[in-house]
Design a protein around this ligand. Structure first.
Ligand code: ATP
Length: 343
């Protein structure tokens, strides 16, 4: 497990924290956030290569706050792998053993097992400079695990891989985690990676954690406007609450409102359903006009003006064509109240 308590790091142009984070024993946890939000600084604090200004860090029930990196029992894999270019694959994998306290024969047996498990046997004599992106990631993973760390940190390990390797390495992380039960803290920009791999996630914004929870809960029930935007809600609209009814400004969308002071209605674009103006079935919905259409291949994103409010919707490009939707066309929007999340 990793327990971070009131961690703060002060740098000339950036302040991290205070951050509290609890990654349970054997958990796969993802730290998400936009660029520059402080994700890597948290990993660097755990591994011990950044000077912290306050707080405590525990790894597997040991207070490691003042310890040098090699005594923390933490392995790390970086986005660019950071392999030693002058060493072979085998020497890269064995590199950490010389600084490690455990017995060398255990270390070598573990390396043999990792080489087998990660399919690296045929590459051991190769120079790491000749490897593909996916192969480099597997070598970096073997090197990080060679010293039997109790926790593994992954710093955007999938970001620079092409989609084919990305899938392969994602599957590898998943099976390795399942088989070894190691605690993993992974940093990523990508909500899909987090959704596929993580049991829980934390969303970081400007050096602070805005929300922690299961990937599903954060995706469906973001706690703040920032998180809603980050998880792709696309429509975060100011709303008024009056006499137990919530009205989304301009949209004539009246919803029963629970007690509380909600002031935003967040709606995913796939939950905005569009019909032609002259559609014969069902209720009329909210009148709107298509302002723009961005074709993204399988899907198209539409911006629709409805009483001065811009509402984003996505639909299959094939449906868009069937319905003959074009820029300027008049449409009706339907939004199920159950799909409106209040913030
Ligand atoms: N050694 C340093 N000295 C000064 N500022 C730094 C240092 N390291 C990081 N920063 C700054 O701290 C902020 C957070 O950096 P960090 O690398 O943790 O962000 P990140 O969320 O990992 O971003 P990215 O997703 O782009 O990697 C950034 O503004 C960065 O420029």
């Amino acid at each position: 497990m990793i327990r971070i308590e009131r961690l703060s790091v002060r740098l000339p142009g950036f302040s991290l924290g205070p951050v509290d984070l609890d990654v349970r024993q054997g958990e796969f946890f993802c730290l998400l956030g936009p660029t520059g939000s402080g994700k890597t600084l948290i990993l660097e604090s755990v591994i011990g290569i950044v000077a912290i200004s306050g707080g405590r860090i525990r790894v597997s029930d040991r207070d490691v706050t003042g310890l040098p990196p090699e005594q923390r029992g933490v392995g790390i894999v970086y986005q660019d792998c950071a392999l030693f270019p002058h060493l072979s694959v085998e020497k890269n994998i064995h590199y950490g053993l010389r600084y490690h306290n455990g017995s060398n024969s255990d270390g070598h047996a573990r390396c043999r097992d990792l080489v087998e498990r990660l399919g690296l046997a045929g590459l051991l004599d190769r120079s790491v400079t000749t490897l593909s992106g996916g192969e480099k990631q597997r070598v970096a993973l073997a090197r990080a695990l060679a010293t039997a760390p109790s926790v593994l940190l992954l710093d955007e390990p999938l970001a620079s891989l092409d989609p084919c390797f990305r899938e392969e390495i994602r599957d590898l992380f998943r099976s390795l985690h399942r088989e070894t039960g190691i605690t993993v803290l992974m940093v990523t920009h990508d909500f899909t990676d987090a959704h596929t791999l993580a049991e829980r996630v934390a969303i970081l914004h400007d050096g602070r954690i805005e929300q922690t929870g299961t990937a599903d809960a954060v995706f469906r029930r973001p706690a703040t406007v920032f998180v809603a935007d980050f998880v792709g809600m696309r429509n975060v609209l100011p709303a008024r609450r009056q006499n137990g009814v919530l009205t989304v400004d301009g949209l004539n969308l009246a919803l029963p409102a629970p007690n509380g002071s909600h002031c935003y209605a967040a709606i995913r674009p796939e939950h905005v359903h569009l019909q032609p103006e002259n559609h014969e079935n069902g209720e009329a919905g909210i009148a709107g006009r298509i302002r723009s259409i961005v074709n993204q291949g399988l899907f198209a994103e539409l911006a629709v003006d409805a009483s001065g409010v811009t509402v984003k919707a996505v639909m299959l490009t094939s449906s868009l064509m069937e319905l003959g939707f074009r820029q300027g066309a008049r449409v009706h929007l339907r939004i199920d109240p159950a799909d409106v999340h209040l913030i």
